[in-house]
Design a protein around this ligand. Structure first.
Ligand SMILES: C[S@@+](CC[C@H](N)C(=O)[O-])C[C@H]1O[C@@H](n2cnc3c(N)ncnc32)[C@H](O)[C@@H]1O
Length: 243
């Protein structure tokens, strides 16, 4: 798995305006489960911005996982003095190695759809998340509903421009949706450099996820649910609760 470029981490908040969504995302998670006093794992913690919001919910312990060494270095520095946080460099969707169990596992930003190109692998990923759950534990993941995206962007294309005239920065972000993939292309000028970068995600619809979650819960004996994040059009939280 490749690292994202360094600017992606450094400027993630600015370019994607992510911080504007954090409160809504936390509220959506809380509509599924309480975080208070829970043992939580965040997969794909990046620079730890969202992890910081999770910590504000008075969790007992938070394990942040990222497979990218650059992100892990940032996370280690950021949480060095936080006793209830551990930082792990690993593929967060791999089968649990140790005996560590979590009450809540969170994977936001559609990362559950990164680096896989077959929908069968998605079912395996969600199953693997559930292997790390304690009794009644909940695995929560977020994705962009491809069906709605295709309706909203019938040309299969969305262009967003990030611009900061003072810093002489401009980035064009194009998302190209097909029934099977989402390609996100970044190009422009950032931190005085010309940037050109492409990321790939699997594309899934609400209907496809429903059948995957039906399978997962049949195999695990748990239950599943889906919560649209109303104010963030096209975004959905899916969850599986262990029995
Ligand atoms: C979009 S960034 C998240 C940003 C971060 N939460 C923040 O607010 O700064 C997604 C992160 O997930 C990581 N990632 C993607 N797939 C992963 C996986 N299978 N296991 C661990 N980390 C993963 C990437 O390396 C990246 O740092």
């Amino acid at each position: 798995m490749d690292s994202h470029p360094l600017w992606y981490y450094r400027r993630y908040k600015d370019i994607f305006l992510r911080k504007q969504n954090y409160e809504q995302e936390i509220a959506a998670i809380k509509s599924i489960t309480s975080l208070d006093g829970q043992r939580v794992q965040e997969i794909g913690a990046g620079t730890g911005e969202f992890a910081e919001k999770i910590l504000n919910c008075r969790v007992a312990h938070l394990e942040v996982v990222d497979y990218d060494p650059i992100a892990v270095e940032i996370l280690r520095k950021r949480f060095a003095h936080q006793r209830n946080v551990s930082v792990i460099q690993a593929n967060g969707f791999a089968r649990a190695a140790g005996g560590q169990e979590f009450d809540v596992i969170i994977a936001m930003y559609s990362i559950i759809l990164e680096d896989i190109f077959d929908k069968k692998n998605l079912e395996e990923r969600i199953l693997q998340m559930t292997t790390k759950l304690a009794n009644k534990g909940v695995a929560i993941f977020e994705w962009i509903d491809a069906e709605i995206s295709e309706k909203v962007y019938p040309q299969g294309m969305k262009s967003v421009v990030y611009e900061n005239k003072e810093k002489d920065e401009i980035v064009l972000i194009e998302s190209i949706y097909t029934p099977d993939t989402v390609t996100i292309k970044y190009s422009g000028k950032l931190e005085k450099e010309i940037i050109e970068y492409e990321a790939h995600l699997l594309s899934v619809t609400w209907r496809e996820i429903t059948s995957i979650l039906e399978n997962v819960t049949r195999l695990t004996g748990g239950k599943f649910g889906m919560v649209p994040i109303e104010s963030l059009r096209r975004r959905v939280l899916g969850y599986v609760q262990k029995n």
